[in-house]
Design a protein around this ligand. Sequence first.
Ligand code: FES
Length: 93
Amino acid sequence: MFKITFQSQTTHSAELEQEGTLLSAASKAESPLNHRCGGHARCGTCKVEVLEGAEHLSEKGTAEARVLEVLKAKPSERLACQAWAKGDVVCRY
Ligand code: FES
């Protein structure tokens, strides 16, 4: 079991029993993270900055990397709908 924490105006967290996307963890944590395209790596509204635990996330795929490039994202930023977590992660948006 591991913990995904989201910092925004308030802090929310969810405990996951198995690997899952940051977006699914945000939903479980009832953290109001935007996701306009429904998790298809098209809109970029689910972008988060990873503060801790980046090593517990999946590698960026082609679609995610393309969207992050268009958004001029920092290296520490990920799309929550594309980043799969398998350990503790702290992020903010
Ligand atoms: S929900 Fe649209 S890119 Fe993640």
